[in-house]
Design a protein around this ligand. Structure first.
Ligand code: IMP
Length: 197
């Protein structure tokens, strides 16, 4: 299947390709007139509603273009602390942009609970069928930033299923094998290969 990932985050495209290309799909970033699309995101409604809104917007964007007939992939994700009622959650991108990872760590250090999780919702649509999957990756926040790989909160997130390294200290393939996005995209790929769907 030709899959157009509608995101402005090239890290997310590489992570999806790592899982879907070996299964025989092609994955590329959706470009409209050479630009990655920017979507209206109703963040206050949560990850699932944002993803549902993005898929409608992406399908509308490719209508009547050379891409019509390909499948679009959209995703929304965020990081959720256990100590602060899920903060920053759906606002993860804005929060890290405003206060940086140091600001996030400073707030987390005010609580004894360093637990948290990443969550992702993905939807693939060929215009007729929609396939939806979710992924959760539990873990905890480190005391200081470690590692240079990945993006966003990766230097301060230590996944439970790992060996104590942050995601930013892992290779991309190691991250994908346990990450929220990896889990979601793997379950999406299982739905795609299920003949009853
Ligand atoms: P979105 O691009 O609107 O889905 O924003 C998700 C934000 O959550 C990103 O900009 C990151 O700040 C954070 N985030 C989501 N997934 C990851 C991840 O795999 N690693 C690090 N940060 C992530």
């Amino acid at each position: 299947m030709r899959i157009l990932f509608a995101t402005s985050n090239t890290n997310k495209i590489s992570e999806a390709a790592e899982i879907l290309v070996p299964l025989g799909h092609s994955v590329e970033g959706l470009l409209i007139d050479g630009n990655r699309p920017i979507f209206n995101e109703p963040k206050e409604l949560g990850l699932e509603a944002v993803t549902e809104s993005k898929v409608e917007q992406a399908l509308a964007l490719i209508k009547g273009t050379e891409f019509e007939g390909a499948a679009v992939l959209v995703e929304d994700s965020g990081v959720f602390t256990h100590a602060f009622e899920g903060w920053p959650g759906a606002n993860s991108a804005d929060v890290v942009e405003k206060i940086g990872l140091d600001g996030v760590l400073e707030r987390i250090s005010k609580s004894k609970n360093r637990g948290g999780e990443y969550r992702a919702v993905v939807i693939l649509s060929d215009g007729k069928n929609n396939w939806k999957a979710v992924g959760v990756c539990k873990g905890k926040f480190s005391v200081e930033k470690r590692g240079i790989n990945g993006f966003g909160y990766d230097p301060i997130f230590i996944p439970e299923e790992g060996d104590g390294r942050t995601f930013a200290e892992m290779k991309s393939s190691e991250k994908s094998s346990i990450s929220h996005r990896g889990v979601a995209i793997k379950s999406l790929s299982r739905l795609l290969s299920d003949p009853s769907r």
